[in-house]
Write a protein that binds this ligand. Structure first.
Ligand SMILES: Nc1ncnc2c1ncn2[C@@H]1O[C@H](COP(=O)(O)OP(=O)(O)OP(=O)(O)O)[C@@H](O)[C@H]1O
Length: 286
């Protein structure tokens, strides 16, 4: 459904995306995972025709986005990290969505549906300027869903969501995929994205690090090293070694743990009342 082929984008001497190829199928949630500056937003902007590639191509349904027929509304989009750009902060959520729906010729009857899906019905008359980042993200996702599109391209939709918001997003994205849609979601947080996605594409410095199913297994499973900080370095090291992990103590007193998932490390620490100050799977650098 979405095909990125040998995509390259250079800005002067910065190569933001470097010969990237991957595909995104319908009926599943695909995560585009990478650290800050990896080239996720650039890839999505190229896919959406918002900037032109230096070489290579990006297509949706076999067609470049900018070649789609006028008025086509097959792609729902969320771009930018703060969910909703709101130049007129005086608008309420309903007014904001009304504006977007009118601009795209979408019947206003759809507003109630997307407000409900986004869990914003009770906040529909609140000014967007008073919204938290998480609520803005929900509103941005509601916007992306307005036209009921078969394809969703969402740049960092999980930013600012709390645990409840993450659960909501996971359920929603899976439902949208189960309905046969193509759902592409970018993010920086391996665990959150791996939990959310059926497939993962991991990029770093504009290049593919690991593709699709292998990447998901790497994050969910045991292969990514996990960075851990605790005041009880010795106790936790020995507990994790007992679990079969390889534990390395770094100069800054953090631990690099390989062979156990972040989730398992968290559980071991919790069960043994060891405080954790950081628990972060490391995205592989090339
Ligand atoms: N318009 C631009 N001009 C120059 N350099 C750019 C431009 N857009 C992106 N870059 C550079 O390209 C690289 C990739 O940026 P991009 O925003 O795509 O990464 P990202 O993975 O989305 O990061 P983040 O998660 O922080 O948004 C970075 O080095 C960035 O500085």
């Amino acid at each position: 459904m979405i095909e990125i082929r040998e995509l390259t984008k250079r800005y002067g001497n910065v190569t933001a995306v470097d010969g990237l190829s991957f595909t995104v199928g319908a009926g599943r949630v695909t995560g585009l995972l990478g650290p800050s500056g990896a080239g996720k937003s650039t890839t999505l902007r190229l896919l959406l025709g918002l900037s032109a590639p230096t070489s290579g191509s990006a297509s949706i349904g076999g067609r470049e986005f900018r070649d789609r027929p006028p008025g086509a509304r097959e792609v729902g989009v969320l771009l930018g990290t703060s969910g909703v750009y709101c130049p007129h902060g005086g608008n309420t959520a309903r007014e904001y969505l009304t504006g977007v729906a009118r601009r795209h010729g979408i019947p206003l009857g759809r507003l109630d549906d997307v407000l409900d899906i986004a869990g914003l019905t009770s906040a529909e008359h609140r000014r967007v300027a008073t919204f938290s980042l998480g609520m803005r993200q929900r509103l941005g996702i509601a916007c992306a869903l307005l036209a009921d599109p078969p394809v969703l391209v969402l740049d960092e939709p999980l930013n600012g969501l709390d645990q409840r918001g993450l659960r909501w997003a996971r359920t929603l994205f899976h439902r949208l995929a189960a309905e046969g849609r193509t759902v592409l979601v970018s993010g920086q947080l391996p665990m959150e994205l791996a939990d959310m996605a059926d497939e993962l594409v991991i990029i770093a410095r504009g290049e593919l690090v690991a593709g699709q199913r292998a990447a998901r297994l790497a994050v969910r499973g045991r292969r990514l090293p996990v960075s851990v900080r605790t005041p009880d370095v010795a106790v936790l090291s020995s507990l994790l070694a007992d679990e079969g992990a390889a534990v390395e103590l770094n100069e800054d007193q953090s631990l690099t743990v390989t062979g156990l998932s972040a989730r398992r490390i968290g559980d071991v620490a919790f069960l043994n009342v060891v405080p954790l100050h950081e628990l972060a799977p490391e995205i592989p650098e090339r």
